[in-house]
Design a protein around this ligand. Structure first.
Ligand code: G1P
Length: 298
């Protein structure tokens, strides 16, 4: 009998980075909590996980990052106060924060890279397939990007990474794959090789990994023995490259719009993009942009 494919239930959110690109805003606050309009960046990722059918969130946090956990827990005191004052609108606002079935956090005490962050989540993930979401990459897609990956995983039954074509001068900021298109699967590649942040001239293609992965638990022992890179970090990409020797890996081009909110210009673009999609803000914001001479009439 063919074994039944295990359902994916858990989403791991590495969130222990120092957020140095946003100092001083991130001096005393996690970069994942910076608001895009009125929701912290990480909430977009958690909403995507829930909309993709995942209901267990695993946060890999650094020191002093309790605000992220608190954000996804019910604040009884605040709710009682708002209720007693009849502030139903505000109550609805805080209750709109997604509420996963469980939110567990584990500390990554040393900044040893993304592969290490995933390894730190091992106990909380256990022996089942899972998703990794890098919340810096905010993706507006329907179906959600994670759901698109899960659909491919359910058909091909091997790990799947999200990819996007990027301009040649940007490949060195990403993990980059090479591979062959999978017949009958639109935008899906069987990965031949994957390299972390290659120089432009060595990049195997322009297909860059964006922050979504469907992984299987066999990645954990591999990460455990993956050597550190020149910066002393364990890269997830290096672990995936080693996993390729044991099983097929796939990459799926995401149908949607991605913003890299980890850079200042990406963050600003995302803010404008989502403001222009919001019925309560779009019109006034568009009018304002026109006064700056940057608006469009469409
Ligand atoms: C990480 C990964 C990289 C991936 C990128 C996507 O890099 O290591 O492979 O392409 O996320 O955002 P980081 O942006 O954390 O340096």
């Amino acid at each position: 009998m063919t074994p039944v494919l295990q359902t994916i239930r858990k989403a791991v959110f590495p969130a222990a980075g120092l957020g140095t690109r946003f100092l001083p805003a991130t001096k005393a606050q996690a970069k994942e909590m910076l608001p895009l309009i009125d929701k912290p960046i990480i909430q977009y990722g958690v909403e995507e996980a829930l909309a993709s059918g995942l209901d267990h969130v695993v946060l890999v946090t650094g020191q002093g990052k309790h605000a992220i956990e608190d954000h996804f827990n019910v604040d009884v005191e605040l709710e009682t106060l708002l209720e007693s004052r009849g502030k139903t609108d505000l109550l609805a606002d805080i209750r709109s924060v997604p509420c996963p079935a469980s939110v567990a956090a584990v500390q990554q005490n040393e900044p040893l890279g993304l592969g290490h962050a995933v390894l730190v989540a091992r106990e909380l993930v256990g022996d089942e397939p899972f998703v990794v979401i890098l919340s810096d990459d905010v993706i507006d897609a329907n179906p959600p990007a994670v759901q698109q990956l899960i659909n491919v995983y359910e058909r091909l039954e091997d790990p799947v990474l999200a990819v996007e074509r990027v301009p040649a001068d940007q490949v060195s900021s990403y993990g980059v794959i090479s591979g062959e298109p999978v017949p009958g699967e639109d935008g899906v590649y069987r990965i031949r090789d994957v390299v972390e942040k290659p120089p432009k001239e060595d990049a195997p293609s322009d297909l860059a990994i964006i922050g979504r992965y469907v992984l299987t638990p066999d990645i954990f022992p591999i990460l455990e023995s993956t050597p550190r890179d020149t910066r002393g970090e364990i890269q997830l990409t290096d672990g995936l490259r080693r996993l390729l020797a044991h099983r097929p890996l796939y990459a799926c081009q995401i149908d949607g719009v991605r913003h890299d909110t980890g850079s200042k210009s990406g963050f600003l673009r995302a803010t404008a993009y989502f403001a222009l999609k919001r019925p309560d803000l779009a019109e006034t914001f568009r009018r304002y942009l026109r006064t700056l001479g940057v608006g469009t009439d469409d």
